[in-house]
Design a protein around this ligand. Structure first.
Ligand SMILES: *[C@@H]1O[C@H](CO)[C@@H](O)[C@H](O)[C@H]1NC(C)=O
Ligand SMILES: *[C@@H]1O[C@H](CO)[C@@H](O)[C@H](O)[C@H]1NC(C)=O
Ligand SMILES: *[C@@H]1O[C@H](CO)[C@@H](O)[C@H](O)[C@H]1NC(C)=O
Ligand SMILES: *[C@@H]1O[C@H](CO)[C@@H](O)[C@H](O)[C@H]1NC(C)=O
Length: 309
């Protein structure tokens, strides 16, 4: 569809100067956010989504639908063809065997197939989602223990980051802040070390490393994007700066909050390039996150608000 629009635009651009109005963009993007198992299930609390991921996407002009775990393949295919991108959040689920892992695998496969036929479908992984992407791409558990639970760090940009899809459009002041101020919050015990990345051909071929970080001993990959696909991962948490307050090490400075916005803006712009839609407006309404109310959990969890399903 987008290819067609581009061709159309090209063919007419010699005849008319109104080419830009013919360019297609989806200004009503809807992004799926993947749910995951709760640590200790209770009635009405089998799975959850931390509300900060929802606010993150909403802040840049997207609407959100929860992607529930344990659905059928047919249901996932229908949902895939209804939404414009997907975000795999952080958390504690297994990246190998869990509802989270199973659903992430299905959407990853659908996204790869769609992108190969020219149906642009972005996938974003944050923290556990980043780790899940390394597993889905390599088929291997390649993560190592690092001392990175609860620390904000400045990013160490690689040379490749300058021409990256992700950071290319960032304002210089935000890039400068990211490189010099500790405004990327890390809450992970496992990491993809630079050494593991370098020694795995599947990861090396697939992902461009955009930033690195270190726990003082071990260098690890903190931001990556796929070369040929709109697939992105951050080991750190862009959504927390603006929306989570429960931990003292979450940065809230002006540049930290701008980071939240520009990361979200990038992902939402990627989703604006996708033209999937729901069967009709009623089905769309029933799927939206607005049908659920988040609980205030800031006094007893790492998240201010959580959607339970
Ligand atoms: C998902 O399925 C697993 C295995 O059948 C089950 O243990 C779990 O409770 C289910 N979780 C949800 C949220 O449906
Ligand atoms: C882990 O890192 C923190 C700083 O983020 C440091 O205070 C602590 O000593 C480190 N622990 C180990 C075991 O290296
Ligand atoms: C990055 O670019 C700089 C300047 O162009 C160069 O000096 C440096 O060797 C490059 N680093 C790597 C790792 O390629
Ligand atoms: C947390 O706040 C909610 C809403 O005010 C309240 O219902 C709950 O009892 C509080 N929990 C704790 C552990 O303080």
């Amino acid at each position: 569809m987008s290819n067609f629009a581009l061709l159309f635009c090209f063919a007419f651009s010699t005849l008319s100067s109104s080419c830009t109005v013919l360019k297609k963009r989806n200004d009503k993007p809807i992004i799926g956010v993947l749910a995951q198992e709760v640590d200790s299930p209770q009635p009405q609390k089998a799975s959850y989504i931390a509300a900060s991921y929802v606010k993150f996407l909403e802040s840049a002009g997207a609407r959100v639908v929860p992607v529930m775990i344990n659905q059928t393949l047919e249901e996932y295919k229908t949902l895939f063809n209804s939404i414009n991108g997907i975000l795999y959040p952080g958390g504690d689920a297994s990246i190998v065997s869990s509802g989270y892992a199973n659903t992430a695998r299905i959407f990853y496969k659908l996204a790869i197939e769609a992108n190969l036929r020219g149906d642009y479908f972005p996938v974003w992984g944050t923290c556990l989602g980043f780790e899940e992407l390394t597993y889905l791409t390599s088929g291997k558990q390649l993560l190592s223990q690092t001392n990175t639970s609860g620390v904000a760090l400045p990013l160490v940009f690689t040379n490749a980051s300058r021409e990256s899809k992700l950071f290319k459009g960032f304002p210089a002041e935000v890039l400068d802040a990211l490189a010099s101020e500790p405004i990327t919050e890390n809450s992970h015990e496992l990491s993809l070390t630079l050494e593991s990345y370098n020694s795995n051909a599947d990861l090396r071929k697939f992902y461009n490393v955009l930033t690195l970080n270190s726990d003082g001993k071990t260098e690890f990959v903190s931001t990556m994007e796929a070369y040929g696909f709109p697939i992105y991962g951050t080991q750190w948490h862009p959504e927390k700066n603006a929306f989570e307050w429960t931990r003292p090490y979450i940065p809230h400075s002006p540049s930290a909050v701008k980071t939240t916005f520009f990361m979200a803006d990038f992902m939402v712009n990627e989703a604006r390039k996708n033209f999937h839609k729901f069967e009709d407006e009623e089905v769309e309404k029933r799927a939206l996150i607005y049908n659920y109310n988040p609980a205030y959990t800031g006094n007893k969890s790492a998240f201010e608000q959580i959607y339970y399903f």
